[in-house]
Design a protein around this ligand. Sequence first.
Ligand code: AMP
Length: 222
Amino acid sequence: MPVNLIMLGPPGAGKGTQAERFARIRGIPKISTGDILREAVTNGTELGRIAKATMDAGRLVGDDVMVGIVRERLLRPDTMAGFVLDGFPRTVAQAEALDAMMNGRGPLVVLDFAVPPEELERRLAQRRVCGKCGWTTAADGETVCAKCGGAIGLRSDDAIDVVRKRLQVYERDTRPLFEYYKSRGALQIIDGNRSPEEVSAAVDVAIGTSRKPGTDMRSQLR
Ligand code: AMP
């Protein structure tokens, strides 16, 4: 049975980290709409030109554009065994469009990572990303990416004023998805205010993936 997983949760809640790990372990694709947009910006494509100013302002790119990106990606055969969506849907219109795409593909499982706003702001202020490969790390003086040797810096939308705007937009546009998925029993809330390893273990329990006793979750997160 394919696992079609959606990672909900505000910016800084750990969706990307958990999505990446889960997708790797399951051998299914992780589809991060933020990564797709950032890549388009880096490559200077038309999509990138459309999206850049919106992203830098902490607002949402239009539903039609986003639905088009995800629809195209879900047509690729590697998604038939399941997928992890990170950062999509973010509006009820996107969720409705996704439901229409899911026809015959099995149910959606939705995880929300609950983290208090002060902790989100703290994490995002510390977050550094590689401008070349997108590797994400907490700031501890690193300037060179451990994965690809690219330069590490602050994400342009992780400046504090943009972070606050993104959190507001999340509450206004994405929070209604909780009710949307909860009312059909698809939503599970996970306490995201703990270590990545503990959150990963909770994800596995929520999805019903049993873990061998003694497995070192840290090695799975790398
Ligand atoms: P993320 O990396 O998921 O935090 O996304 C970074 C930025 O990309 C967001 O602040 C939005 O501007 C844009 N974005 C990513 N996914 C979506 C989406 N599903 N709908 C609208 N905008 C999006």
